[in-house]
Design a protein around this ligand. Structure first.
Ligand code: HEC
Ligand code: HEC
Length: 413
């Protein structure tokens, strides 16, 4: 784990540009209406119990539930796109762990997004958002898709506010959440951020097994395999768990409670044709997150609910987990920007010190060369592959994808 990877949330910062006012035409004949429980349900409890020690969330807010409930409506409301064609939910589907089963998603005018739609698993407990980490906090992130010209196309959020004032279900929801029926961008951000931060998923089979093995430990996934025996998993899943945290070295990057390097880690994993900026392919974190990572690195995605979130990688290039395992098994490309953790340091003793990956990292210590160490070749046996897949499949939280609090409240989808 990198020393910076435990950083907590950055301070809330909201930047409002001056927006250009245009007019909008609605594709739909009229808005559908949300049907909500009379009293907002409890949206906070699990955040506090499970992960709050590391990642504080705004628990004290007495109106948090009302804010999250408003956020639920906003998340599913197609009126948040300029022509009424898409909602957040169009690209982040609950049944797919809030991902979309397409390599790229189509936005309000059927144009494709540049990258695969991220899935949403414990979004409050990430320290950087998007594949290139260009947003550092949820409040900042949530309105970016609304403004994005491909995704939802409200280049000026002030006209979204005008639109919402005309939808009679919003003023009472804002009144309940903020004590005022005045709608403003700041409160839209707060409500969406509250909803997203309530999206806690921690009830997969693997979670239950870990909680059983270590009932008093707040983070069962912070320990290395070998320290605990997960009796709640079957033999194959357990073998996969051991491999994942051991020989296969997945946890070097997909470590921590969300299997994503504690929500702030990036890597270039040597995908074919993806690591070169000159060929016009995705430039990764370049121009985005500033840290000790190379310009072609992508955010390490959480593997929670991974069985539901295909296709995989920032460009959705892999349709199945088998394709992903093929890559790690023998497909990693020897590009100059390949992450040190995917090089085989044992190959040439002069190339580095095996097992001491940070010392020879040229990104951290310029002067060391990664050149002598080739990409790792895991060459998984069929048994290892089956075991790894069994473990990855045990990370699915079925209660999360069925939880009504996150579902679409609109009468017409
Ligand atoms: C047209 C499809 C589309 C729509 C609509 C959309 N998104 Fe996304 N979302 C994406 C794509 C694609 C990405 C990854 C973009 C990138 O990394 O550059 C993404 C990434 C995200 C992330 C980052 C997750 C992470 O862990 O890094 C969050 C959070 C998110 N979207 C929330 C929302 C919210 C909230 C809305 C509605 C206001 C929304 N999205 C609307 C396609 C969409
Ligand atoms: C060097 C860090 C690193 C290691 C080691 C690593 N991964 Fe990854 N993994 C990543 C990054 C970064 C991505 C996203 C890459 C991209 O899209 O460009 C990723 C993507 C994935 C995805 C796709 C998830 C999604 O939502 O698209 C899966 C599945 C996955 N890794 C599983 C594994 C397994 C299994 C192992 C061990 C065999 C492993 N990873 C080892 C960094 C790593």
């Amino acid at each position: 784990m990198k020393p910076t990877s435990l950083s907590h949330f950055a301070l809330l910062s909201v930047v409002l540009a001056t927006y250009w006012v245009g007019c909008s035409t609605l594709e739909e004949s009229g808005p559908s209406r949300p049907v909500l429980p009379e009293t907002a349900p409890e949206y906070r409890t699990e955040v506090a119990q499970i992960f709050d020690v590391v990642f504080p969330t705004p628990q004290e807010d007495p109106l948090f539930n009302q804010k999250a409930q408003l956020g639920r409506v906003l998340f599913h409301d197609r009126m948040l796109s300029q022509n009424g064609a898409v909602s957040c939910n169009s690209c982040h589907l609950q049944s797919h762990g809030f991902a979309e089963p397409k390599a790229l998603s189509s936005g309000l005018r059927k144009e494709l997004t540049e990258r695969n739609a991220s899935h949403l698993a414990n979004p409050a407990q990430q320290s950087a958002y998007f594949w290139d980490g260009r947003a550092n906090n949820l409040s900042e992130q949530v309105t970016m898709p609304i403004e994005n010209h491909v995704e939802m196309g409200f280049q000026e959020l002030s006209s979204l506010v005008l639109r919402m004032n005309d939808l009679d279900y919003y003023p009472p929801l804002f009144e309940a959440a903020f004590g005022t029926s005045d709608i403003d961008v700041n409160n839209i951000q707060k409500a969406l951020a509250a909803f997203l931060s309530s999206m806690v998923t921690c009830h997969s089979k693997a979670d239950e097994a870990a909680a059983e093995a270590m009932p008093h430990f707040w983070d069962p996934w912070g320990v290395v395999a070998g320290d605990i025996t997960l009796d709640g998993l079957d033999a194959l899943e357990r073998e996969g768990f051991e491999l994942f945290h051991g020989e296969a070295q997945c946890a070097n990057c997909h470590g921590g409670p969300h299997f994503n390097g504690w929500g702030l880690d990036f890597a270039d994993i040597g995908l074919e044709g993806a690591s070169s900026n000159s060929s016009g392919t995705d430039a990764g974190i370049q121009g985005g997150f500033i840290g000790g990572w190379g310009p072609t690195a992508m955010k390490v995605p959480s593997l929670r609910n991974v069985a539901l979130t295909a296709p995989y990688m920032h460009d959705g290039r892999f349709a199945t987990l088998d394709d992903v395992l093929d890559h790690y098994s023998h497909g990693i490309q020897d590009v100059a920007t390949l992450d040190h953790r995917l090089r085989d340091w044992s190959f040439n003793a002069t190339g580095g010190f095996p097992g001491n990956i940070f010392v020879e990292d040229p990104l951290i210590f310029p002067g060391f060369s990664q050149g002598q160490a080739p990409p790792v070749r895991m060459n998984f046996s069929p048994e290892e592959r089956t075991a790894l897949k069994a473990f990855l499949n045990s990370l699915t939280d079925y209660s999360f994808i069925q939880d009504e609090r996150f579902s679409n409240p609109f009468t017409r989808p």
